[in-house]
Design a protein. Structure first.
Lengths: 335, 270
């Protein structure tokens, strides 16, 4: 489920950062008054726990991939949605720093995908609804199961949309979608079972620790839906609006690489808008359609690709040399 | 289970590396955080078929690793964790995008192969950059940098407590596991019937321990504020570090340096 930096564009990453920061900020404002001496360590412990469970990957047969628990539902159930979301954000930040599992740039995407849907959609609209009549083992099991599955399905869908908007994969949308949704259905069932088992145990042993059960304050049920919906709509508009503009503005990605790698001419531009944008882009670019040595003829196909390969080899060689020289110099200095 | 605990501790080696005293380690954490983000932005903004243009980006990790005296091993461990997803979804590119764009020595290279290779390089570079930030800065200084950048206190405390409690949880995990194995001899693994209660118990034990830790902190004057590290003001070297890397990254982004080098060499040979 962790989105990688390599799979997204700066724009998608940036927009999702803003969305996650907005939800995070709202959550902080909501829990400020609710923070007591038991909540803070509980948030830390739950964060550490989810961190550990996310590290345990189980293989998903037939896909060559593996899955791990998301844990958002468990966080929301025990801490409430706001503290749960923040705990998830902290977990993902630590993972991004320590393992680069889900990169720093994709952190916004990951916080949103794993924290938002579970804490602000699945928790109030499924988990809480099922438990309105009170807690019981069966109700907790059903609530955890359904909420975990829905939370993960939404998160997986979000991953597919973000990846597709970034356009770095050739995988067709529907194939990727089916793959992700089915894998996360399996993970959702396992997650639901474990979430249910843990919540049931804690509910029986220490009911006061579960948010909203057994007389403690209920901050979780009354999620301001309008506000969340508004955040979602704004995020969707920003992504949809800017990205479609951005996407049509840069149809020359392939053309650019074809030109560099094979010396082929420009592909025809799609629309008037894209032609206009590429004209602007050419003016803005530091070296538009540069050619080495001014006035030199456009390099021939073979020449260009050989130059590319030779140049790449030199760059790699130089990078290695820089490394070795610094190493030798620092060793001498240490002596 | 004991092995898992060991593995976790091994991974935290990156934070220990941050105790070193090299020039990179001494650089202001805020500057390092900002440079890392600029680097990540530049790397992922390369075109999906670009390979040669990306190669100069290698200078950053090479220089940070050598000057910062960070060994390759922990970085490779991190790569092994992060790469499978990118490989898993990117592997389809060569099969789906088959248009041949270039032939080297009679072997046709398809656009999909180029984009897959580019994706792998980007993955390697971004993962390495994130890990190097931690290995040269450390968790406490990153938290201090976040504070300087006005990230809310509650989030920073949450970040540090989560980090602190991971080792508490690991300690409790190995104790619970040991207790279970001693009471259940000749059994392989943990019976599925007790998974839920064992995990629940583990959580409660960890929580109780964490609560004691937190109360001890409170008694010593902790006010839910992070005071950990005082960051110095930016000095000349920090500013040179920031401007130097930014300039290099932008020049490398907007000029295909390997291509220019290649053209220069091939022209000279001719």
């Amino acid at each position: 489920m962790h989105m990688a930096d390599a799979l997204i564009t700066p724009l998608v990453g940036g927009v999702m950062y803003i969305a996650a920061a907005k939800v995070g900020n709202d959550s902080i404002n909501r829990i400020k008054s609710d923070m007591d001496d038991t909540k803070i360590p509980m948030m830390g412990v739950m964060g550490a726990f989810i961190f550990a469970t996310q590290m345990i990957n189980f293989t998903i047969p037939g896909t060559g991939s593996s899955g791990h628990l998301g844990g958002g539902m468990l966080l929301a159930a025990i801490l409430g949605p706001y503290a749960g979301f923040l705990a998830m954000a902290a977990v993902l930040t630590i993972q991004a720093l320590f393992f680069a599992d889900g990169g720093l740039l994709a952190l916004g995407c990951n916080i949103f995908n794993m924290g938002f849907y579970t804490c602000f959609i699945a928790y109030p609209f499924i988990y809480k609804r099922i438990l309105t009549k009170g807690y019981s083992t069966i109700r907790i099991t059903w609530a955890s199961m359904l909420a975990s599955i829905v939370g993960l399905q939404l998160g997986a869908f979000s991953v597919v949309v973000q990846t597709m908007l970034s356009g770095k994969l050739e995988l067709p949308f529907t194939t990727f979608l089916l793959l992700m949704q089915s894998i996360h259905l399996a993970i959702g069932v396992v997650e639901g079972l474990i979430t249910a088992a843990v919540i049931n145990f804690i509910w029986k042993a220490r009911p006061e620790l579960i948010e909203g059960s057994g007389g403690s304050k209920t901050t979780g049920g009354n999620v301001p839906f309008k506000r969340i919906l508004l955040s979602l709509i704004i995020a969707a508009l920003v992504i949809g609006g800017i990205l479609s503009w951005y996407a049509s503005g840069n149809p020359d990605g392939l053309e650019w690489s074809l030109q560099n790698s094979a010396g082929q001419g420009e592909l025809k531009q799609g629309s008037e808008l894209s032609q206009m944008l590429s004209a602007i882009q050419n003016k803005l670019a530091i070296l538009p359609h540069y050619s080495f040595k001014s006035g030199a003829e456009a390099p021939k196909q073979a020449g260009t690709s050989i130059s590319g390969v030779v140049g790449s080899a030199i760059t790699l060689f130089l990078a290695a040399c820089v490394g070795i020289i610094i190493k030798v110099l620092t060793k001498k200095k240490n002596r | 289970m004991v092995d898992i605990t060991k593995a976790y501790y091994k991974i935290f080696i990156l934070d220990e590396l941050a105790e070193k005293k090299t020039a990179i380690h001494r650089t202001n954490p805020v500057v390092k955080l900002v440079v890392t983000f600029i680097y990540l932005l530049v790397v992922v903004s390369y075109d999906k078929y670009d390979i040669s243009g990306l190669l100069p980006m290698l200078f950053y990790p090479v220089i940070i690793m050598t000057v910062g005296d960070i060994s390759l091993k922990p970085i490779l461990v991190g790569l092994a964790i992060a790469a499978p997803l990118v490989i898993g979804v990117g592997i389809f590119n060569p099969f789906l995008d088959r248009a041949i764009v270039v032939a080297i020595g009679g072997i046709g290279i398809s656009a999909g192969m180029l984009s897959f290779a580019s994706l792998l390089i980007k993955c390697g570079l971004t993962v390495t950059a994130a890990l190097l930030l931690l290995a040269t800065t450390g968790m406490n200084k990153i938290a201090a940098a976040l504070q300087r950048l006005h990230v809310p206190q509650i989030f920073i405390i949450q970040l540090l407590l989560t980090y602190r409690y991971i080792s508490v949880l690991m300690g409790e995990t190995s104790r619970v596991y040991n207790a279970y194995t001693i009471r259940a001899p000749y059994k392989k693994g943990i019976s599925r019937n007790v998974w839920g209660s064992l995990i629940g118990l583990l959580l409660l034990r960890t929580y109780d321990r964490a609560l004691r830790l937190y109360q001890a902190m409170k008694l010593r004057g902790f006010q839910d504020q992070y005071y950990g590290v005082n960051l110095d003001k930016l000095n000349k070297i920090d500013i040179i570090y920031l401007l130097g890397w930014t300039a290099f990254l932008l020049v490398a982004k907007f000029n295909d340096i390997p291509m220019l080098l290649g053209l220069l060499v091939t022209k000279v040979i001719k």
